[in-house]
Design a protein around this ligand. Structure first.
Ligand SMILES: [Zn+2]
Length: 267
């Protein structure tokens, strides 16, 4: 598991180092200022899928957006739905089982597209960059992304693209880490490379501002409990047991470990 300390290969340069990070310290420092080149990120994520298949959502549904999935039950089954960064396509598969018929999945990594294509009988598969979507304006009623926006290097451009491809009154359902609790956790675990894999994290206030600036209103859903992927990141068994029972829904949104947001496209 990724958060266990071990001797491992840097996913960018191949050097051996000991720690919990994905890349060695010199590689992490090289990209601390400014935007990380797209080519470097593509190589990084393809290597993640190869070296740490259990980390990404490519080969299993570890970190589902539960509040958003419950919320989706009220949506018309004929809605045209796009999932961006669909990984292995497990969320779309579940939506298909729930009776949604017009489903499209997109991703950027070759490994995810190959895995998703095994479920291409349930939904369309499209190779796409989340910042430049190859769809006509107004072509979807619902767009969903789970643990994607924090990976995007130009989040405003991404949100503007989603706004463009949504129909009037369309919805963008977003699950993403909450920046302040996430940064505390990364610091405590010495994940010094998080600026590489989560370059765009938001507090609820920051996400609301970004959504308002790109033509959306935002509603934050109550997050009921930790997902399996969050629980397994907690280091000791007693702490894990405590976290499992902790009533997160009673905390204010600013303290939730992750955010689940329903953004409505404004006219
Ligand atoms: Zn390195």
């Amino acid at each position: 598991m990724v958060v266990d300390r071990s001797t491992r290969r840097c996913l960018l340069c191949g050097t051996s180092f000991t720690g919990r990070a994905f890349v060695c310290r010199p590689c992490a420092d090289r990209y601390r200022q400014g935007r990380i080149p797209d080519e470097v990120l593509r190589r990084f994520y393809s290597q993640v899928d190869i070296e740490y298949p259990e980390w990404a959502n490519t080969y299993g549904n570890y970190n589902p957006p539960r509040a958003l999935m419950n919320w989706l039950d009220r949506v018309d089954r004929s809605a045209r739905i796009l999932e961006i960064g669909a990984g292995g396509g497990f969320l779309l598969e579940e939506l298909g089982e729930r009776g949604f018929a017009d489903l499209t999945g997109s991703d950027i990594t070759v490994t995810a597209l190959a895995e998703m294509s095994q479920r291409a009988h349930i939904f369309r598969v499209v190779a796409a960059d989340a910042e430049s979507l190859p769809f006509a304006s107004g072509s979807f009623d619902v767009v969903i992304s789970s643990d994607v926006i924090e990976h995007v290097t130009r989040p405003y451009q991404h949100l503007a693209e989603v706004q463009r491809i949504l129909a009037q009154g369309g919805l963008y359902l977003i699950k993403t880490p909450n920046r302040r609790p996430a940064e505390l956790y990364y610091r405590a675990r010495d994940l010094y490379d998080h600026h590489i894999w989560h370059p765009s994290m938001f507090t609820p206030g920051e996400l609301s501002s970004a959504l308002a600036a790109t033509g959306f209103s935002a509603e934050y859903l109550s997050v009921s409990d930790l997902t399996a992927a969050q629980l397994r990141k907690i280091p000791t068994r007693p702490a894990r047991a405590l976290a499992e029972k902790f009533p997160i829904s009673r905390l204010p949104v600013s303290l939730h470990p992750h955010l689940e947001v329903v953004a409505t496209r404004l006219p």
